[in-house]
Design a protein around this ligand. Structure first.
Ligand SMILES: Nc1nc2c(ncn2[C@@H]2O[C@H](COP(=O)(O)OP(=O)(O)OP(=O)(O)O)[C@@H](O)[C@H]2O)c(=O)[nH]1
Ligand SMILES: [Mg+2]
Length: 382
């Protein structure tokens, strides 16, 4: 398989990305929100050293490494973090394009156990594109510290794909993760839940998808492509053209079905903007439902203090004054504040210099020794 950037706008960060897949090797994409531990999983499995750190947006291009588990060979691909498949930045486009057009044998969606519901948005969107998904609920050690319990069986039932808990930093759960990947890749056909949209949108999709279906030879479901057409996702439509030579809008059947589907939606009061909002809110609602019977906070109010702080720091009334106050403190520290500890340090060091001089005088050492060692070496160092 060869995936190159083609003519899309992300060439600058992902130039010439190609996977050399040997016979029997399976390609596994490690997707997920930013900063959930994708690169940590990748490093633990492949022994490579992808950049990790506690802030989002470290991985900006795809990286690949090999890993053998129970006799099966895998090419693991660490892709940039993304909150959704509606790419808004170049890194998100790199991630979206690999999931959609990189033809991975399975996608592992790595999630943060401490905020599972938010991570479900990407899981649900990935399930719209492929059945071969394994959900890795990472950072379980952090979740335990916060007294969060997750029912993996229930989550797996709600999503229709395997779910595995992990703490990648200590390698916990990674063997089980690769067992699940192996099963998905080799045999199990999952039956993932499908997002359902309001009836008007479903009707429009039913009208458009049959026209799109014969043109979609790359494995991406016609339903999802139809949704993107309806929402006028030009980036995705262009990417389809460049990766799969699938120029949907040039096809008369698709163009006329699209016109009819749009008219149907307009008749129900759905503008393109409103449709986009509906798509996002349907995903968010579904994510909420998916997690409602899965996550339990064992200690009620465990994060009350964090939430109180969040309210103060992010509310419109207090957030901006607090930010200005902090900037003023930083400004004061830079201009004046730092002088106080600096003065204390200087006083302490020069106090030591005086004591050293007294020591050399007491020893009866010649004046040049004191000048060389105390006023020269020590003073320069101090
Ligand atoms: N406590 C704990 N920390 C973890 C675990 N896995 C990863 N981390 C830490 O989480 C932070 C983010 O990990 P990365 O692997 O860089 O995350 P990423 O998803 O690749 O991030 P981006 O590339 O920026 O999207 C790092 O500080 C890791 O050490 C885990 O299981 N437990
Ligand atoms: Mg990373």
């Amino acid at each position: 398989m060869g995936l190159t950037s083609g003519s899309t706008g992300k060439r600058a960060v992902d130039s010439g990305f190609v996977i050399e897949r040997g016979p029997g090797e399976r390609v596994i994409a490690l997707a997920g929100n930013p900063n959930v531990g994708k690169s940590t999983v990748f490093n633990e499995l492949t022994g490579l050293n992808q950049h990790t750190g506690n802030w989002p947006g470290k991985t900006v291009t795809n990286a690949q490494g090999r890993y053998t588990h129970k006799g099966r060979e895998y090419i693991m691909v660490d892709i940039p973090g993304t909150y959704s498949l509606m790419a808004h930045s170049v890194e998100e486009e790199v991630a979206r394009d690999f999931i959609c057009f990189g033809d991975p044998d399975a996608v592992v969606v790595v999630c943060d156990a401490t905020c599972l519901e938010r991570n479900m948005n990407l899981v649900l969107q990935t399930l719209e594109i492929t059945d071969r998904v394994v959900v890795c609920v990472n950072l379980m050690d952090e979740a335990r510290k916060k007294h969060i319990e997750i029912d993996f069986g229930k989550l797996s039932e709600n999503l229709g794909v395997p779910v595995v808990g992990a703490s990648a930093r200590s390698r916990e759960g990674l063997d089980e993760l690769m067992d699940a990947v192996g099963r998905v890749v080799e045999s199990d056909r999952c039956e993932p839940v499908r997002l359902r949209y309001p009836q008007a949108v479903e009707d429009a999709l039913a009208l458009l998808a049959p026209a799109v279906e014969p043109l979609c030879t790359g494995g991406i479901p016609a339903r999802w492509i139809s949704l993107k057409l309806l929402a006028d996702d030009t980036q995705l439509i262009e990417a389809l053209g460049s990766y799969q030579r699938c120029n949907l809008l040039a096809n008369d059947g698709v163009a006329s079905a699209l016109q009819r589907a749009r008219a149907l939606l307009a008749g129900q009061g759905f503008s393109i903007e409103k449709l986009r909002d509906i798509i996002v809110s349907s995903i968010v609602l579904h994510a909420e439902e998916t997690c409602s019977d899965v996550v339990t906070f064992r200690r009620e109010g465990y994060n009350d203090r964090d939430r109180r702080l969040d309210r103060i720091l992010t509310s419109r009334a207090t957030g901006i004054p607090v930010m200005l106050l902090m900037l003023a403190v930083v400004f004061w520290l830079t201009i004046t504040g730092a002088n106080y500890p600096s003065q204390l340090l200087a006083d302490a060091l020069f106090w030591v210099q005086d004591r050293l001089t007294e020591f050399f005088v007491w020893m009866g050492a010649p004046l040049w020794v004191n000048s060389l060692l105390v006023e020269g070496v020590y003073r320069v160092l101090a």
